[in-house]
Design a protein around this ligand. Structure first.
Ligand SMILES: Nc1ccn([C@@H]2O[C@H](COP(=O)(O)OP(=O)(O)OP(=O)(O)O)[C@@H](O)[C@H]2O)c(=O)n1
Ligand SMILES: C[C@](O)(CO)[C@H](O)COP(=O)(O)O
Length: 249
């Protein structure tokens, strides 16, 4: 366990860091993934609106592609966003982990709760954002939204060449969860994790786990899926179309 004291008063301000510096290699050729359009609006703007929809989030720090800070600032100026929320843009790094750290470095001192949310999860519902914040306010150091798995999962022995991979094990699916973002943290715990863990990780909560600190899951949401491959764009636009129908415009 770390000796970082837990100090999240009920009225702590909440900041969201949105890593958006990835190239989107798995999506195929084109602009950096966060800047590609979903129904005519950049994915990043959908993600920023999704986080700023929470009345608890007073600051959003966007971590832009390394040479894209000016373009991202122009986008934030061009699209309608809630006036109660402040926005900052900082250039990102080579890995998601580095981009998140650069976002954390830019936070002003007065925000005690930090959410980290992938720009690539543009459709997360506000109820999921609020559930994560509430769990941190209730005393958790690290909170991840998560869903049970729909598929059986096999552990395999990866092969150097393409070809059949021997199965090593079939983990008990009932104990596995697919985790999403926003992941929510007591700020001091997350900063300490980013200062201490040097190993490559794929999410922020696993850095907190490496400190020996508890991480808890709250229910995630199907619409918080990550836009990773081309088919995910089709799904995202279908979700937006369904929302427009449900909203009656
Ligand atoms: N150097 C990086 C790499 C990723 N990300 C961000 O981390 C989130 C999750 O990453 P992922 O979905 O893997 O995005 P990409 O790295 O862009 O995708 P790919 O691996 O296909 O290139 C995305 O919002 C992405 O912009 C980032 O800020 N900085
Ligand atoms: C952080 C994350 O979205 C949680 O599921 C995921 O680990 C990011 O992985 P990626 O391969 O960098 O997209």
């Amino acid at each position: 366990m770390s000796d970082v004291p837990l100090a999240v008063p009920a009225q702590s301000l909440v900041a969201a860091v949105i890593p958006a510096a990835g190239r989107g290699v798995r999506l195929g050729p084109g602009a950096p993934k966060a800047l590609r359009a979903l129904n005519g609006t950049p994915m990043l703007i959908h993600a920023v609106r999704a986080l700023a929809a929470s009345r608890s989030v007073s600051l959003v720090v966007v971590v832009s592609p390394p040479d894209g800070a000016a373009e991202v600032k122009s986008l934030l100026d061009a699209y309608e966003l809630p006036e109660r929320t402040d926005f900052l843009v900082v250039p990102g790094g080579e890995s998601r982990q580095e981009s998140v750290r650069l976002g954390l470095d830019a936070l002003p001192p007065d925000h005690g709760i930090v959410l980290v949310h992938d720009a690539a999860r543009p459709l997360v519902p506000v109820d999921t954002v609020d559930a994560v914040i509430e769990a941190v306010r209730d005393g958790a150091r690290a909170v991840v939204p998560a869903l049970p798995l729909a598929d059986t999962v096999k552990e395999v022995e990866p092969q150097p060449e393409a070809g059949p991979e021997p199965v090593v094990a079939t983990p008990d699916r009932s104990r596995l969860r697919a985790v999403q973002t926003p992941q929510g943290f007591d700020r001091a715990t997350l900063v300490h994790a980013h200062e201490s863990v040097t190993q490559d990780v794929t999410d922020d909560a696993s850095m907190v786990e490496q400190l020996g600190e508890p991480v808890v899951c709250v229910p995630g949401h199907e619409e918080a899926f990550k836009v990773t491959r081309p088919l995910d764009l089709v799904l995202a636009e279908a979700v937006l179309a369904r929302r427009r129908l449900n909203d009656g415009f």
